[in-house]
Write a protein of this length. Structure first.
Length: 445
């Protein structure tokens, strides 16, 4: 029943003509809105970018095939710009790529028509359809000033971005709206994929809510959204009521991870368990200059169960100081609920020695108030030697497979969630250097 529900929602997202033939073509862009029939085939695609080589990635999680495209070869591409995130429509026909701001270039949203993908010949034909600007060139970041106040919590350079960065893309179910968050400022950007332009309500700017957000993740009905606070000492998850007709977000409260005396902070992503409950995970270890004086302690990396109706959060998985401990061993970056299990990407990026290792932990949350530790994927065992910084997940629509990206060590790992085994490794031998920004066709984040 769980898989059927996910597939039903995934098919709701699909639109336009299916690319069942790898060499097939279509006309123009296709909206993300629900199709008129269910006679559509979701394409087994996960997309991404490479920070270092600036190529676009297309992973086929059925055939374990990789296709790369150099965007500089495409007519209309805005130039040598740093890439950040991707979004792929459910039918695999439209790709969205965000880029970072530079002295010479805006932060862009580039919309591409996926004309064809030939997996056997490892080639793809893309066409740039539109380039939209998020801001002006050389726009500075608007991040809070933060300093280290103890050895327990350094401030790594990657957190202190200099210009606009667009992160955390999500789709609003049963609509044509795509949401992007300007993590470096206080704006949520909304793209209308049917009109091929920014939505009428763009940008969304709500003081006290939209600052340093990394994605607004919606429940499957598209009625509620949760925004994560991706910065030091941001200890709240923002709750929004959603107007699916206009795309507008109405703030409904701030859900604290802890209280004023002790809190967890720096959450990367949110994953919904059902229409009411969701989970999030945190990264921060200790106090910083942003920590209020009244705060007794910062709760180390942990997992929290969010009740969006009651606007409460309960810590359900604590930190552990042992690699085999039943808790969170490194900063808890991404998190995904798969049936009765939750997967946590544990990355090593917030301490004083970035990238020494990285893990993926798995817990049974059949009883979400009492999770049971099942497994920790480790470098040199389940994961390749030298693997570090498990950063973000991209599941297949039925959640049978999880793709996990490590931008630091250059790997994309495919996990079979039925057996909890690594079944495919894409890595440096395949040309990967710093893969990031994964997004699976048929998902809404």
């Amino acid at each position: 029943m769980f898989k059927f529900g996910l597939l039903f929602l995934a098919f709701q997202f699909a639109a336009g003509v299916s690319l069942a033939d790898d060499s097939g073509r279509h006309r123009g862009l296709r909206p993300i809105s629900p199709p008129n029939s269910f006679n559509k085939e979701l394409r087994p695609i996960v997309t991404g970018i490479d920070y270092h080589t600036s190529v676009l990635y297309f992973f086929n999680y059925r055939t374990d095939t990789l296709v790369t495209v150099n965007p500089l070869s495409l007519s209309g591409w805005p130039g040598d710009v740093p890439l950040q995130h991707t979004v792929i429509s459910a039918d695999g026909e439209t790709l969205y790529v965000t880029t970072d701001n530079t002295e010479d270039h805006s932060a862009y949203l580039v919309v591409l028509d996926v004309e064809s993908i030939n997996w056997k010949q490892q080639r793809a034909h893309l066409e740039v359809k539109k380039v939209a600007e998020f801001d002006e060139p050389n726009t500075p970041a608007e991040l809070p000033f933060v300093e280290s106040t103890n050895v327990g919590q350094p401030i790594p350079p990657w957190v202190l971005a200099s210009g606009t960065q667009i992160h955390g893309p999500t789709l609003l179910p049963f609509t044509d709206f795509i949401y992007f968050t300007s993590w470096t400022s206080d704006r949520i950007r909304v793209w209308d994929s049917k009109a091929h332009e920014f939505a009428r309500i763009d940008p969304i700017r709500i003081p006290g809510y939209t600052e340093q957000t990394h994605g607004v993740v919606f429940n499957n009905s598209g009625t509620l959204g949760l925004g994560s606070g991706y910065f030091f000492d941001n200890n709240v998850i923002d709750l929004y009521q959603v107007n699916r007709r206009t795309g507008r977000l109405k703030p409904r409260g701030k859900i604290k991870l802890g209280d004023r005396k002790a809190y967890a902070a720096f959450s990367h992503y949110v994953s919904w368990r059902n229409e009411r409950f969701a989970v999030t995970a945190t990264m921060q270890f200790d106090k910083t200059s942003l920590t209020p004086k009244r705060t007794r302690k910062v709760i180390p990396p942990s997992v929290w169960l969010i009740d969006a109706w009651e606007k409460t959060a309960e810590k359900i998985i604590p930190a552990t100081d042992h690699v085999d401990g039943a808790g969170i061993y490194r900063s808890a970056s991404d998190i995904i609920v798969v049936g009765h299990k939750v997967y946590i990407a544990e990355e090593d990026t917030l301490d004083d020695k970035i990238g020494e290792d990285g893990f993926i932990s798995v817990f049974d949350i059949s009883d979400p108030h009492n999770p049971k530790f099942l497994k920790r994927f480790k470098p040199g065992e389940d994961l390749p030697d030298g693997f570090s910084v498990a950063h973000a997940f991209a599941p297949s629509p039925d959640h049978r497979y999880l793709m996990v990206a490590s931008w630091y060590s250059g790997y994309v790992i495919k996990i079979d969630t039925l057996t909890d085994e690594v079944v495919k490794v894409f890595g440096p031998k395949d040309g990967l250097v710093m893969p990031h920004g994964l997004f699976g066709a048929g998902n809404n984040r």
